[in-house]
Design a binder for this molecule. Sequence first.
Ligand SMILES: Nc1ncnc2c1ncn2[C@@H]1O[C@H](COP(=O)(O)OP(=O)(O)OP(=O)(O)O)[C@@H](O)[C@H]1O
Ligand SMILES: [Mg+2]
Length: 282
Amino acid sequence: MTGLMKKRTNTAQVSKYAEAEFSDDNEIEIEVKDLGVTFHDNSGNEVQALTGINLEIKKGEFISLVGPSGCGKTTLLRTIADLQEPTDGSIHVAGRLPREERMMQKFGIVFQQPVLFDWRTVQKNVELPLELMYYSKKDRRDRAKEMLEMVGLSDFADSYPSQLSGGMQQRVNIARAFAIRPEILLMDEPFSALDEFTKEKLHEDLLRMWRQTNKTVLFVTHNIQEAVFLSDRICVLSPHPGRLSAIVDVDLPRPRSTEMKFTPEFNALVEKVRNSFEGGSI
Ligand SMILES: Nc1ncnc2c1ncn2[C@@H]1O[C@H](COP(=O)(O)OP(=O)(O)OP(=O)(O)O)[C@@H](O)[C@H]1O
Ligand SMILES: [Mg+2]
């Protein structure tokens, strides 16, 4: 049984927040073909951020991108989200161009630092993208409430971001990303600034929300343990130029709990990912 199938079994039991149809295991959500992205630095020299990337991500999969600084993780995420143009190759999302998907608000994006507006309450921060999508006042209030409940912050709806801890702010950020009902969640090192305890809690929360809503998740991290704990598959990128050096299947059962991080199976997968990085450890 694949990790994906195990996840679906769990999802069937928790339907309160379910938003996406469960699809057959082979439905491709993101298809990256021979992708290359080249930048020019200030002296006009070419920097090949990505080259020859081929990747197929199935609907509902949880995929992590790991690799050392500068190997092109953020660039890959940004190119999929249509925030960066490919230089070579192509990307299709649900069979369409990333631009079309972006226009249809299919991407929820979470960056490392929560981008919250200090003068808006927590509730109003979560409502913001819904305002931009012309949701009615009642609909956006209801949706924001539902999302704050999902991330465990109902009691802080009327607080301001500066009154929250870093971990709570990141929860608001995640609630806001989920609020627009994106098909795909793109997360760029969302937990790297947090302490271990908060991170562990958010890992479990994120997996619960993912199971409940059946999103496709692309998660960038430097942290191999984090990638193994969360993912169905891990894409290992190597730098100079950024390329995909391995894809590691994570066949740990779901639901996952923090205790699993101490099992031999877990540590064997961490080792496998570490060894598949070309040119040393991450
Ligand atoms: N806008 C840009 N202009 C020029 N070069 C860029 C630009 N964005 C990224 N690069 C270069 O592309 C390469 C990949 O950068 P990217 O930010 O994707 O790496 P990363 O894997 O996300 O690194 P980190 O782990 O440090 O976040 C780097 O060499 C970087 O200097
Ligand atoms: Mg980055």
